[in-house]
Ligand binder design. Structure first.
Ligand SMILES: C[S@@+](CC[C@H](N)C(=O)[O-])C[C@H]1O[C@@H](n2cnc3c(N)ncnc32)[C@H](O)[C@@H]1O
Length: 249
């Protein structure tokens, strides 16, 4: 397993200071923005303030694929399959997947985040394995079909029709392929006033909202992220959701 493959982090330290909860990344302002703010403008400002994440893969994704690996092609085949990461940020998951042998398409609305991911992948010798593209997922999802479509913490304080995006994500899964949706189920335990704007559906609600005929629910569970420290270093936990669906029909 090369350095890049060791990119994953299973011990709940997670991809960044604290996933999806921008407060612990010191970006308190993001929860007080005008909901009418242009999403590109918002996320470009967010990433312009430096690296909010650790660059490692999300433990929920690494653990899920460790528990139930996806085998698309014979072991040792490179690429081992094709993957699409929606709302990839600076690419922690995309780079980890590429290190595992996947050919990855990584999509985000922030050119700054994409450029940072591309540079990190290049530095790890994975530049050829990842195609980075800028899309506003509210209006378009790349055309094509993939063996694995994944999205992690695609939450936003401004316009984001998450349910519609998840439907389009499902439509992009090849026959026999897998959709993995990772999200928040609540705020970190140390957060006294969770951001009111975040709509955090349960795994069951996500499955029901997608209502996919011809799919198998492989996993729909809550996972506790054990170590989520506040910006002040107050230890805490957070509960996230993992939904995994396989296109069987
Ligand atoms: C909380 S971050 C999660 C990033 C990444 N999945 C991770 O786990 O590190 C949410 C990401 O969604 C992206 N995003 C938000 N709204 C979007 C949209 N409408 N289209 C595409 N990407 C969007 C943001 O730029 C940001 O990178």
């Amino acid at each position: 397993m090369n350095e890049a493959a060791a990119h994953g982090d299973t011990a709940g330290h997670g991809n960044h200071a604290d996933h999806g909860d921008q407060r612990s990344s010191g970006r308190h302002w993001i929860h007080d923005v005008d909901p009418a703010t242009d999403p590109t403008e918002l996320w470009e400002r967010f990433y312009a303030e430096g690296e909010p994440w650790s660059g490692r893969a999300n433990p929920a994704l690494v653990d899920e694929l460790a528990e139930r690996p996806i085998v698309v092609r014979p072991a040792g085949s490179i690429p081992s399959g094709t993957a699409l990461d929606l709302g990839c940020g600076t690419g922690g998951d995309a780079i980890w997947l590429a290190g595992q042998g996947w050919q990855v398409d990584a999509v985000d609305i922030s050119p700054t985040a994409l450029a940072r991911g591309a540079a990190a992948a290049q530095a790890l010798g994975l530049g050829e394995r990842i195609c980075w593209s800028c899309h506003n997922l509210d209006t378009d999802v790349p055309a094509g079909s993939w063996d694995l479509v994944t999205t992690a913490y695609l939450h936003s304080p401004v316009r984001l029709d998450r349910e519609q995006i998840l439907r389009r994500a499902a439509a992009a899964v090849a026959a026999g392929g897998t959709l993995i949706i990772i999200g928040h189920l609540g705020a970190p335990s140390w957060m006294t006033e969770p951001p009111a704007h975040l709509d955090l559906p349960t795994p069951e609600e996500i499955v029901a909202s997608l209502d996919l005929a011809g799919w198998t629910v492989v996993a729909a569970r809550a996972v506790v992220v054990p170590s989520v420290a506040s910006p002040e270093g107050v230890p805490g936990t957070r509960t996230d959701s993992v939904v995994r669906l396989q296109r069987t029909g």
